[in-house]
Design a protein around this ligand. Structure first.
Ligand code: OAD
Length: 245
């Protein structure tokens, strides 16, 4: 981890009155949850891209549920790491705060972050395919059925080829306009809307900080790129800002 980049980012954060944080799968890697595009993303020969679609659910809902329950167990068994806790510390220290996470693993709320938008849904929630009613994913192997209307339920996850839920990107864009700093952590920047929000924040005047062990297209655009893992860099940043909440 380059101390000059950490000091530069800490200087920006220590002055910020409004912070937008955007996280991706990389922040949960040190909790043992595989990232999407890295190695280890295969399950019984399937790629995520082959199962996380409305078409896959239509063809074989039981298979898709088996995959999500397997992923849910990994997420539920995992613990938030130092990176998640550092985000919570920033929330407590900075007056205007919003976290946009692409992760469905629930580790941010479990680490205590409260002002967050789960852009891609939540692994613990099932949603009716017909009336939209939501409830916690029940145990067992069956395709859950809606208590209200009897239709099959699906994971409450944004799948490939689907559009974002009503209002969610508008809320993100509004936060982008207000942010003085936008801190992006652990995303490959391959999925456009979250990247667009971060770039919109930068265009509106926010300083853009990217934390990732690998350089991405977003690192190229960032004012500061800190090469390193979330679990190492974020606590160092919090402590260098003196804003531990
Ligand atoms: P990816 O799997 O595409 O990228 C993970 C990123 O995390 C990579 O850039 C890694 O270099 C980085 N990384 C790995 N370990 C890290 C660590 N310890 N600390 C920090 N960074 C680390 O995951 P996302 O960018 O989140 O969408 O993927 C975005 C979306 O693509 C997902 O939410 C999912 C998928 O399609 C939906 O399901 C709708």
């Amino acid at each position: 981890m380059d101390p000059v980049s950490v000091a530069a980012a800490a200087a920006l954060l220590s002055r910020a009155r409004s912070l937008l944080v955007v996280t991706g799968a990389g922040i949960s890697a040190e909790s043992g949850i595989p990232t999407f595009r890295g190695a280890g993303g295969l399950w019984e020969g399937f790629r995520a891209q082959d199962l996380a679609t409305p078409q896959a659910f239509g063809a074989d809902p039981a298979l898709v549920w088996r995959w999500y329950r397997w992923r849910k167990k990994i997420c539920n068994d995992a613990q938030p790491n130092a990176g998640h806790h550092a985000v919570t510390a920033l929330e407590r220290a900075i007056p205007a705060f919003l976290l946009l996470t692409q992760n469905v693993d629930g580790l941010h709320p479990r680490a205590g972050t409260r002002q967050l938008v789960e852009l891609h849904g939540n692994i613990d929630t099932a949603r009716c395919t017909d009336c939209g009613f939501k409830r916690p994913v029940p145990d067992g192997d069956d395709v859950p059925v809606c208590h209200l209307c009897g239709a099959p339920m699906r994971p409450h996850i944004l799948w490939f080829g689907e559009t974002y839920w009503d209002g969610i990107l508008e809320r993100a864009q509004a936060a982008a306009q207000r942010a003085e700093v936008c801190l992006v952590v652990g995303t490959s920047a391959q999925v456009w809307p979250p990247v667009a929000v971060a770039l919109a924040a930068q265009s509106a005047g926010a300083h853009l900080i990217d934390v990732n062990p690998e350089r991405t297209d977003l690192s190229e655009q960032a004012d500061v790129w800190i090469q390193g893992t979330a679990g190492a860099v974020l606590p160092a940043l919090v402590s260098a800002t003196g804003r531990s909440g």
